[in-house]
Design a protein around this ligand. Structure first.
Ligand SMILES: [Zn+2]
Length: 252
């Protein structure tokens, strides 16, 4: 049975800092590569001479922290193709509706060897026997998709950016995940009226209510002590860890 291998490439937002980048997770399955989000700085952690071939990129929503490096990959694909080193176009999945012309600027880029697909809510993309489901979370501030990856052995959910509303629907989508990769933009001490992101506590409660086996927190504030997120979440869900650039996870 094939294993799902996930490598965090970016774990902070809204800007990269030090050796940490904006959101991105590389999924390897058989010889296929699927990049979940393409945040600022992640390109330096890809091995483009290998990873560009058969690469699928899924941009969960059109906020800059989730697609800031797409231009680097597009330009790399253009260069590799011109050198005769890339035969297959990079496939890029994007939300259907544009936001502040961000989608237009991506798909109109001429110096790129890529092709574009609209994400359709609740549609399934099959990569060998790996089922990838897109689900609009209807709780972030713009059209944003959660991604579920599952084969016969494992189920992984990447929430992308989610807010606190529409909880029941999110619980259903994340139900019985072996691994829940969940955003935790805030800690409880960050008093905010922003309802379109979660605290570490909210993420832990989602893991708990969805009966997930493990929680991997991500999307941290760059200036905050990352261990405080783990401490806060563990009060509500014990099997919590922190996403870390290049720290590979192998699902059984
Ligand atoms: Zn974000």
């Amino acid at each position: 049975m094939s294993k799902i291998i996930i490598t965090p490439l970016g774990t902070i937002s809204p800007y990269p800092k030090g050796n940490r980048n904006c959101p991105g997770f590389l999924v390897e399955y058989n010889n296929k590569k699927i990049l979940l989000d393409c945040g600022n700085g992640i390109t330096r952690l890809l091995d483009l001479k290998k990873d560009l071939n058969n690469l699928i990129i899924i941009i969960t929503h059109l906020h800059k922290d989730h697609f800031g490096d797409i231009g680097s990959i597009q330009y790399a694909s253009y260069t590799y193709h011109n050198l005769g080193l890339l035969d297959n176009k990079v496939k890029i999945y994007l939300p259907k509706k544009d936001y502040l012309h961000n989608k237009k600027s991506i798909i109109k880029t001429k110096e790129s060897y890529s092709e574009y697909y609209d994400i359709v809510n609740n549609s399934i993309l099959l990569i060998d026997d790996l089922k990838i489901t897109f689900h609009n979370n209807y709780s972030h501030s713009i059209e944003t998709y959660m991604i579920k990856l599952e084969n016969n052995n494992s189920k992984v959910v990447y929430t992308s950016d989610i807010g606190i509303i529409n909880l029941e629907d999110r619980i259903n989508f994340c139900n019985n995940s072996d691994l829940l990769i969940c955003e935790s933009s805030y800690l409880q001490k960050h008093i905010t009226n922003n309802k379109s992101h979660l605290t570490a506590k909210d993420a832990a409660i989602l893991a708990n209510l969805s009966n997930s086996k493990e929680l991997l927190l991500t999307h941290f504030w760059p200036e905050e002590d990352v261990f405080l997120y783990k401490k806060e979440a563990k009060e509500y869900f014990d099997y919590t860890s922190l996403a870390e650039e290049c720290k590979k996870l192998v699902l059984k």
